[in-house]
Design a protein around this ligand. Structure first.
Ligand SMILES: Nc1ncnc2c1ncn2[C@@H]1O[C@H](COP(=O)(O)OP(=O)(O)OP(=O)(O)O)[C@@H](O)[C@H]1O
Ligand SMILES: [Mg+2]
Length: 182
């Protein structure tokens, strides 16, 4: 919660809350689904997100009414999320809530069965994955899906490897040094 401007909470493929860390901590649906037990044991002081950038007004990513299926299993049930330029948005939810499915749906595999995904003014709902990547969307996977011989920074940089250079900002990608290797 400390690093995010904005949080989205999923539960069984549905978005149950969307707001600032403070709003999420006090949201009745989130407390009911996830926080009630933690609250009884620990009460932490409020913290501000470490991101100093306030989200701009420009919408970068807009997800509207997205449903995604694996065969007959409906993994996402009408998810709506907006991400503005410069915002750090964190998605949280229990195992199986649909976090990975939403990230993969944004990347086009699997594709959304219904709804619309717009990135930087372009409708990417039916775009093939390699073109979505070229438009500037990247994923940095965890655990067994990483490149084990590369450093943490190099793994993150791999996410930008397929991005059209005209759409990326090279200043944000510094060359890895030996000290960044893990
Ligand atoms: N390839 C698949 N085939 C069928 N069902 C799947 C597949 N991948 C995920 N699911 C189902 O879709 C739902 C959402 O799963 P998903 O992996 O998106 O959840 P998650 O929030 O990322 O969970 P975790 O925290 O464990 O990573 C779950 O019910 C899961 O069992
Ligand atoms: Mg997952």
């Amino acid at each position: 919660m400390k690093i995010s401007d904005h949080l989205v909470v999923l539960d069984y493929g549905r978005k149950i809350a969307d707001g600032t860390p403070h709003q999420i901590r006090n949201d009745a649906a989130v407390i009911r689904a996830y926080l009630a037990r933690m609250r009884r044991t620990k009460s932490r002081p409020r913290s501000r997100p470490i991101s100093s950038k306030k989200g701009g007004c420009r919408r970068m990513l807009s997800i509207q009414g997205v449903h995604t299926f694996y065969g007959h299993i409906e993994a996402l049930r009408g998810v709506d999320i907006e991400v503005k330029e410069g915002e750090i948005v964190t998605m949280i939810g229990a195992n199986g809530a649909g976090k990975s499915t939403l990230l993969m749906t944004i990347c086009g595999t699997p594709q959304a069965a219904n709804g619309r995904i717009v990135f930087d003014g372009r409708d990417i709902t039916r775009m093939p994955t390699h073109l979505i990547m070229r438009n500037g969307i990247a994923q940095s996977p965890r655990s067994r899906r990483i490149f084990p011989r590369l450093s943490v920074l190099e793994n993150l940089q791999m996410g930008a490897a397929g991005v059209d250079p005209r759409r990326s900002s090279p200043k944000t990608w510094s060359r890895p040094s030996r000290s960044s290797r893990s």
